[in-house]
Design a protein around this ligand. Structure first.
Ligand SMILES: [Zn+2]
Ligand SMILES: [Zn+2]
Length: 213
């Protein structure tokens, strides 16, 4: 098994978690022994999110998707964004809010759960009125947290530890763009994302009746 950042290996991770006896969990109650909280911060691409969400559904898994209202890369308040939320919900996933400090745009599209985008230490773990902050106790502590930030696991790919049941519980943060687009480095993966984005935008232009002849 190679620990690359691909949807195939993400599927391995889900299967490892099942083999390790974990149950899927969210942010609606305090973590318990055996919980695996799958968290996804969607920074760049709704298409990547949907591709990963389909893999989870195929593996009978569900997770919590944190979507931005203030992204410069995608627009949630578009037909594309509405379809993405609909599809995530239809697959049995939860939809929460990936907020840009200090703006919390919680509305009926989201469960009352917030993950800050690129948080500074000053506000990272601070309580948020009317919502769960995912980096607040009891949902966060460093022993029970792994993240794929910039296509690098700080303590190695967790698939072995999951399969062996070594975490009492875990919050696993993954960014769908890293897994859905090909690339051995973050730079390469971002080039793949940009290529796909250009193709998608050409399609939007066609749909907008722009003459591309
Ligand atoms: Zn691995
Ligand atoms: Zn983010």
């Amino acid at each position: 098994m190679t620990c690359d950042f691909s949807l195939e290996h993400y599927r391995d991770l889900l299967r490892a978690a099942r083999a390790g006896g974990y149950r899927w969990a969210g942010f609606d109650r305090a973590p318990e022994q055996g919980d695996l909280i799958l968290r996804h911060d969607v920074d760049l691409s709704l298409d990547a999110a949907l591709a990963m969400a389909e893999v989870e559904a195929e593996e009978a898994a569900w997770s919590t998707w944190f979507l931005m209202t203030r992204s410069v890369f995608y627009k949630l308040a578009s037909s594309e964004g509405e379809r993405a939320i609909e599809r995530l919900r239809a697959l049995g996933h939860r939809v929460a809010h990936h907020a840009v400090y200090p703006h919390v745009d919680l509305d009926k599209r989201f469960d009352p759960v917030v993950a800050w985008h690129n948080p500074d230490p000053e506000f990272m773990t601070a309580p948020i009125e009317g919502a769960v902050n995912v980096m607040q106790a009891p949902f966060f502590d460093p022993e029970h947290y792994r993240s794929d930030s910039n296509q690098r696991w700080r303590s190695g790919c967790p698939h072995d530890d999951l399969a062996a049941g070594r975490f009492t519980w875990l919050q696993l943060l993954t960014h769908p763009e890293i897994w859905a687009f090909a690339g051995a480095t973050m730079r390469e993966t971002m080039e793949s994302l940009l290529d796909a984005d250009r193709a998608a935008r050409l399609e939007h232009l066609r749909n907008d009746r722009i003459d591309l002849s």
